[in-house]
Design a binder for this molecule. Structure first.
Ligand SMILES: Nc1ncnc2c1ncn2[C@@H]1O[C@H](COP(=O)(O)OP(=O)(O)OP(=O)(O)O)[C@@H](O)[C@H]1O
Length: 804
């Protein structure tokens, strides 16, 4: 007999018994319990059916296979994947169990859960149509009464003779034959009237009816209902027989005229429903077209459902994809709630959809709860989830990348996911160049080998340094006779990732720099042209050298991103764009034609992005959320990344950094970890502290830093905005503070700080009013108070001299 009682001990005799309520095991470590619960919830989310299984909540040290990721993982061919090895085909004797003798899905709880749903839906559907059934039964009974009475009368009066007499008369047969027929009819009818069966059944019918009426009269309708039901049943059966005679080709159920359960709105998915939908969408055009389920239909991720089926031989998955909109319409769901993929052959499909918005709820990055080391090389960077709820990883090796979209659509959040992920892999050297507002990114500074903002000339030097490093690496490869670096080389040649945010600021800068080709140093060229030139040169060959550039830009047009760079990008992501032109400028040419319409991402879907990677079909995803407004949700992740790097001597400043060294050599200033203040403001290399060292910067230096690189004046409003970025607590508005009060308060604060910094120098720095700042977007002249660069420079100089 099989013993199904629980094991008496944990692992064997003598082991301690495991308590039923496992939470008691964590009584003195609630934090561990909370972590375990959290990871169990995550595991459930990642499971195929969104349900707990035997592995859920099991604490273990063994590495577990990552949940199946979205289709956007960019795979490279030359690396040894550290994923689980592909299982060998099973031999006949290998691991056969009795369960294998049953059809697939027989023991699958998720499949049974779906079957139960379909069954209950059918019951509910038919129960909800009882009024229709009642009416149809009554109608059929009516037909039954009519047909029964007619047949009985026909038999009772021997009507068949009437027909024979009629035919004989029409054919002009002899009158005596007609008379004989009449005589025979009378005889037969008389005989039938005496038949005990007929008399008995007529009497029985009338007795039952009369008895039912009498019972109903005396005891009420309920008491008579059994007899009434019996009568109704018999009469309906007669009616049904008559219906079948009249419509020999129609099915019996057609008599009830109730649509099949799968025609109900949002009915659970069945093969009938798929067939109907594909017929409505005109994918199936012949009567014999129908799908064959390859495995049972299963619930998938929280509110989704997945079916894997084989199409008829003459229809391919591409036909389904072409009719995706019509299929979504027939299912009554949004097009982006539906996901159809080829699954093994062109006629095998994996068909997934959900009945509520899969991106409706933002999801917090799992790294926030568990900031663990990432494997950016093999697995990629966790950036968000796809419509199936599966995590999406972006691989940034051996590619150049591009991210674009309109303002406030979630580019910053995508970058946030990328940067924290990159920070958590110590094999990456991350360099971040911000556009106009470096303050937004200062939280990332500690893990950045280089971080600065708004300095086109410094970006040029950085790109030159990057290029120099690329040539150095290329020379190594040449010496070794190899084509590209791989994972094994990461220790010596870490993956260099340079992110340029708000690239448009650099593409539009009016700064001019000395022309490098002019030996006399007299000619100048536009900084933006030099930046574009360097980017194109890097993009042409550096990817194979473990060197990647990612450009993020707002509202790009066809000319924003250098053509040579764009054509060498292997990974592109577009948040909501302003139109088809912008979409095509970010994603590959013709993207809109291929259905990658980033301009159609709903405005309400913050963080929604189409990720388009060479070699994989583009897909709509939503980035994970990492709090950015109420508080800095990335701070702990950056701290964890820094800690991890420090332990391995891979934090900025702990290793020889060829690129940052080049920058220091050329500019004399270091932007290691965002410079000494971590604000993205480079400082003379001698001032640069170690990792996270804070050096007090005078307010005058901050003011100088507030100027746009090529501007000779700045408005006080911009000064306030910059200072707020730098230190919101000191310079930002208080809660509920009116604009005028804020301006006056900060003005006084600034004057006091400036006076203190210039004390004893004899120099004064005050805001000047009536400065012209050129024309605003509305064409009107902007005039107001502000500062001139030359005045601030003079003040900084005076303060420095006084300090010496
Ligand atoms: N995946 C997401 N889930 C939830 N909210 C998000 C998501 N992505 C972005 N948001 C929210 O949308 C807003 C705009 O996002 P973000 O700042 O990243 O946009 P942006 O494109 O970088 O804007 P800008 O170009 O103006 O800097 C922010 O308030 C952010 O919290």
């Amino acid at each position: 007999m099989t013993d199904i009682s629980p094991e008496p001990a944990a692992g064997g005799p003598g082991d301690e018994r495991i308590p039923d309520d496992l939470s008691s095991l964590f009584a003195d470590d609630p934090e561990r319990r909370a972590r375990l619960e959290e990871s169990a919830r995550n595991a459930v989310r990642g499971s195929r059916a969104g349900m707990a299984d035997a592995t859920t909540g099991t604490p273990r040290d063994l590495p577990v296979a990552a949940p199946e990721a979205g289709g956007l993982v960019f795979d490279d061919d030359d690396q040894d994947p550290d994923a689980l090895p592909v299982p060998l085909p099973r031999s006949d004797s290998d691991g056969w169990t009795w369960k294998d003798a049953f059809p697939t899905g027989t023991f699958d709880s998720a499949a049974w859960a779906h079957r139960k749903k379909v069954f209950l839906h059918k019951i509910a559907w038919h129960a909800g149509h009882t009024h229709v059934y009642a009416w149809q039964l009554t109608r059929l009974s009516g037909i039954g009464v009519g047909a029964g009475a007619r047949d009985a009368w026909h038999y009772y009066t021997a009507q068949e003779y009437a027909d024979m007499v009629d035919t004989a008369r029409r054919k002009g047969m002899a009158p005596d034959m007609i008379a004989a027929l009449r005589e025979e009819r009378l005889e037969t009818a008389r005989g039938r009237r005496r038949e005990p069966m007929l008399v008995g059944s007529v009497t029985a019918v009338f007795t039952v009816v009369a008895a039912a009426v009498a019972v109903a009269q005396v005891y009420g309708l309920l008491a008579a209902s059994p007899a009434a039901m019996l009568t109704l049943g018999i009469l309906s059966a007669l009616g049904l027989r008559e219906h079948h005679r009249r419509n020999p080709d129609a099915s019996l159920s057609a008599a009830f005229n109730v649509a099949a359960a799968h025609t109900a709105g949002h009915a659970p998915l069945t093969d009938d429903l798929i067939n109907r939908v594909l017929r409505i969408a005109k994918v199936f055009t012949k009567d014999e077209h129908q799908i064959t389920l390859l495995e049972p239909i299963r619930p998938a991720e929280i509110n989704g459902i997945e079916a894997k089926f084989k199409l008829p031989d003459d229809i391919q998955v591409s036909a389904l994809l072409a009719k995706k909109e019509a299929i979504a319409g027939a299912l009554d769901v949004e097009t982006h709630w539906l996901d159809i993929r080829q699954d093994g052959s062109p006629t095998r499909a994996s068909f997934w959809y959900c009945t509520s918005d899969p991106f409706g709820e933002p999801r917090v990055s799992p790294l926030v709860a568990e900031p663990e080391r990432q494997d950016v090389w093999n697995r990629g960077i966790l950036i968000g989830f796809n419509r199936r709820g599966l995590p999406v990883y972006l691989k940034l090796r051996h590619v150049m990348a591009l991210l674009g979209g309109m303002s406030r659509t979630g580019k910053g959040m995508l970058l946030r996911n990328l940067i924290v992920g990159l920070g958590l892999d110590p094999r990456i050297n991350l360099r971040l160049v911000a556009g106009a507002k470096p303050g937004e990114h200062r939280g990332y500074a500690p893990i950045c080998s280089t971080f600065f903002g708004r300095r086109p000339d410094r970006l040029i030097h950085l790109l030159e340094g990057f290029l120099r490093e690329a040539y150095r690496r290329e020379a190594v490869l040449e010496d070794q006779g190899r084509a590209k670096f791989g994972e094994k080389d990461l220790a010596e040649f870490p993956l260099e990732i340079l992110i340029i945010d708000e690239y448009k600021q650099y593409a539009n800068t009016s700064m001019r720099i000395p022309d490098p080709s002019d030996d006399e140093g007299k000619r100048t060229i536009k900084a933006c042209d030099r930046i574009a030139e360097l980017l194109e040169e890097i993009a042409a060959f550096a990817a194979a050298l473990n060197m990647t550039v990612l450009i993020s830009t707002q509202d790009p047009d066809a000319n924003t991103v250098p053509r040579g760079y764009k054509s060498n990008t292997g990974a592109r992501a577009a948040t909501r764009t302003g139109g088809a032109v912008q979409t095509n400028a970010i994603l590959k040419d013709g993207a809109t034609g291929a259905g990658l319409r980033a301009h159609e991402i709903p405005e309400s879907l913050k963080g929604g992005a189409i990720v388009d990677i060479d070699g994989a079909p583009g897909e709509l995803i939503r980035s994970y959320f990492i709090e950015d407004e109420e508080f800095d949700g990335a701070a702990d992740l950056i701290a964890a990344g820094l800690e991890l790097r420090r332990e391995l001597d891979r934090a900025p400043g702990q290793f020889v950094d060829e690129i940052e060294n080049y920058l220091i050599a050329v500019t004399g200033a270091s932007s290691l970890a965002g410079g000494p203040t971590g604000s993205g403001r480079p400082a003379p290399a001698a001032h640069a502290g170690g990792v996270g060292t804070l050096v007090k910067v005078s307010v005058l230096e901050l003011l100088l830093d507030a100027f746009d690189a090529d501007a000779d004046r700045i408005t006080m409003a911009d000064v306030r905005a910059y200072l707020t970025d730098h230190d919101p607590e000191k310079w930002g508005p208080l809660d509920g503070e009116a604009d005028a009060a804020y301006t006056a308060r900060v003005g006084k604060l600034l004057v006091a700080d400036v006076e203190e910094a210039l004390e004893g120098t004899g120099v004064e720095l005050v805001a000047k009013s009536g400065i012209r700042f050129g024309k605003g977007p509305d064409g009107r002249e902007i005039k107001g108070s502000g500062l001139f660069r030359k005045d601030v420079e003079a003040a900084v100089e005076a303060a420095r001299n006084a300090r010496k």
